[in-house]
Write a protein that binds this ligand. Structure first.
Ligand code: C5P
Length: 227
């Protein structure tokens, strides 16, 4: 039977965030930010392993008590997110038919309900898919001076989130084939490979902590869940 495996690439340096340590290790409600991410994935009953991929040069992971029984750590991070995911897939020795849910370390306000919705919707899907949100705002294209050069019709536009869920075999082949292409998520690699991933309703709270100003919102969401 196919397993459900979570894979969290966490080998980035968080250059947009700044700070002395990568943002995934920042303290948030008494735990490293990434602990909250890993904890939600661990709570999903269908998921049997939560693999985190860190850089071989990571100096922070061992400083914390993770205390999550499904967690496995692989020190095989690469130069890009795609490379970290590819290396992680190999290290965790997934079977081709296993479902792999790739999730950003910095989306720490993910909910169990959203992951369960993704798994249930894609159970019989031939390709796989991702959590995403239909664009609600009016979208503008900027010119080089940051003046509006066009209004882009928002109909049919979605914002990609994670987890992004694909069979390990297909994902590995797609990432391998996309090696030279600039893929910023797993779905783009699958698209390059000729498939059409399914869009599954995501969750506005499942945003990526990218800038220091995002921390207050993440803190508030996590604190509200504790109550
Ligand atoms: O930079 P970005 O926000 O797109 O990174 C998304 C995820 O990919 C983060 O969890 C980051 O740690 C991870 N990543 C990685 N290896 C890299 C670059 C990014 O695992 N070389």
């Amino acid at each position: 039977m196919s397993r459900y495996l979570a894979l969290v690439p966490a080998a980035g340096s968080g250059s947009r965030f700044g700070g002395p340590s990568p943002k995934q290790y920042l303290q948030l409600n008494n735990r490293p930010l990434m602990w909250h991410t890993l904890q939600v994935l661990s709570q999903v009953a269908a998921i049997s392993e939560v693999a985190v991929v860190i850089s071989p040069a990571d100096e922070w992971f061992d400083d914390f008590d993770w205390d999550l029984p499904k967690l496995r750590v692989y020190r095989v991070g690469g130069a890009s997110r795609a490379e970290s995911v590819r290396n992680g897939l190999q290290a965790m020795s997934a079977d081709a038919q296993d479902w792999v849910l790739v999730h950003d370390a910095a989306r720490c306000c993910l909910s169990v309900t959203a992951v369960e919705r993704l798994i249930a919707t894609l159970a019989d899907d031939p390709v796989g898919g991702i959590l995403a949100l239909p664009v609600a705002d009016t979208v503008k294209r900027a010119d080089a001076e940051e003046r509006i050069s066009a209004t882009v019709p928002r109909q049919g536009l979605w914002l990609a989130q994670t987890p992004q869920m694909f069979r390990a075999g297909l994902l590995g082949s797609a990432l391998h084939a996309a090696e030279a292409a600039d893929v910023t998520d797993e779905a783009s690699a699958i698209e390059h490979y000729g498939h059409k991933p399914r869009l599954v309703d995501g969750d506005a709270q499942n945003f990526k902590v990218t800038y220091p100003r995002d921390l207050a919102l993440a803190r508030a969401i996590l604190a509200s869940r504790k109550d």
